[in-house]
Design a protein around this ligand. Structure first.
Ligand code: NIG
Ligand code: FE
Length: 404
């Protein structure tokens, strides 16, 4: 492979400029009407035309139309930018000690979240924003072009609202997670905390968020509380998603399907009825292997879900407690090695699957009309994301038609 090079004025594009990216060894489009007809819509010896911030054309490089600029991909693979539909990046502080203790045999529990809540409350807005932008930039370098992120480490009206305000300055995919755990200030009265989360806190947070989430788990919120929280959020125009069935069996997954949540996240402990419910609805199962890796927990069974016809997304869950990785390629490698996914399925789930978990059609695919968000791999194929674990294969990232 030669190095990536561009001719013409620049590699970046404006709305009046078209750019041809050619000499792509294999292109993942995620459009089954293109290329090999598989879910990945794989095209060999491919080219892409970008017009402004959108994809205008994809196909065989020999049939590419004329454009203003031309970029040589050097025989690399090109994939859609990753869609990381689950992260917790508005936080301060560090939980190295907790991780160290866990790797020495202590179990993970929801209680560690309190450590980050204390640090987050003590941080200034500027510190929280610096931390957020640091991890967003880290993720972008690794190919993530669409990010969801949440509140959940403030747990007061002011701290949840400022977390979301800071997040909303950097992404459209913002989730209100006032119901991460019962706030330490209400430890003796969880009902009062649920009333706050569904009342004054929701009113303060709704203007900054698209989604509402709840950690439905022993030690956090039960099924009735989760239902009350998500229903209240829906009444304020927020759409539900749920942390469900992470540490134990429970009602979260079936509640997610019943409420038409966009996603049930974690899905580690599932009954057959949970799998059937997911297969029957539009709720995506978002698997977060970084959490199982970093808590030495049982892997979610991706194979079982895919075989049942469930739409599966793969995301990082990047947070300082249970999964401190911003690397989607790392999650792909784990999903293939330990969760029964094929490399094709994992690549799809980390791009188109993430887009489905955010109910987006404009990202996660490289077909005409979609945003020109793409990653060049230092490899001839997307399979190398799992075949070469831990290797920084993402060589170049384009977002909205511009090289970043
Ligand atoms: O997705 N499950 C709940 N929330 C996070 C953990 C957050 C933390 O430990 O700080 C998760 O794994
Ligand atoms: Fe999470």
């Amino acid at each position: 492979m030669s190095s990536t090079s561009s001719t013409g004025s620049t590699g970046s594009a404006t709305s009046s400029t078209t750019t041809l990216i050619t000499n792509i060894a294999s292109l993942v489009t995620n459009d089954p009407s293109l290329g090999d007809g598989s879910p990945l819509g794989l095209i060999q010896d491919a080219a892409v035309v970008i017009d402004g911030d959108r994809i205008a054309w994809t196909g065989d490089s020999r049939k590419a139309p004329a454009t203003d600029n031309r970029v040589d991909a050097g025989g690399r693979a090109v994939i859609p930018g990753f869609v990381d539909s689950h992260s917790h990046l508005v936080f301060a502080g560090d939980r190295t000690q907790e991780f160290n203790a866990r790797m020495s045999g202590r179990a993970y529990s929801a209680g560690g979240i309190r450590t980050t809540v204390a640090a987050t409350r003590a941080a200034s807005d500027a510190e929280l924003e610096r931390n957020l932008t640091h991890y967003l930039a880290e993720a972008l370098r690794q190919g993530t072009t669409t990010f969801e992120t949440k509140s959940g480490y403030g747990l007061t009206v002011e701290d949840e609202a400022r977390s979301l305000r800071i997040a909303a300055a950097h992404t459209d995919e913002v989730t209100y997670l006032g119901a991460h755990i019962v706030s330490p200030d209400h430890a003796d009265d969880p009902a009062a905390y649920v009333a706050l989360v569904t009342g004054e806190m929701l009113d303060a947070c709704a203007p900054y968020a698209r989604w509402i989430d709840v950690f439905c788990e022993k030690g956090a919120f039960d099924g009735d509380q989760a239902r009350a929280i998500l229903t209240a959020g829906r009444a304020k125009g927020l759409h539900p998603r749920i942390h469900a069935n992470q540490l134990s069996y429970g009602p979260g997954v079936q509640l997610a399907v019943e409420l038409d949540a966009a996603s049930a996240d974690h899905c580690t402990h599932l009954t057959d009825a949970d799998v059937d419910a997911l297969a029957s609805g539009a709720t995506v199962a978002t698997l977060l292997p970084g959490a199982e890796f970093s808590t030495r927990a049982e892997w979610p069974d991706a194979r079982r879900l895919v075989d049942a016809g469930v739409t599966v997304a793969l995301s990082t869950d990047c947070n300082p407690g249970s999964s401190f990785t911003s690397s989607v390629p790392f999650c792909i490698a784990l999903a293939v090695r330990d969760m029964g996914m094929t490399p094709d399925e994992a690549a799809w789930s980390a791009t188109a699957g993430g887009a489905a978990a955010l109910r987006r059609e404009d990202v996660g695919r490289l077909a005409p009309g979609a945003y020109a968000d793409l990653a060049f791999l230092d490899a001839p194929s997307h399979v190398h994301l799992a075949y070469r674990p831990g290797v920084p294969l993402v060589r170049e990232v384009w977002r909205r038609g511009t090289r970043v």
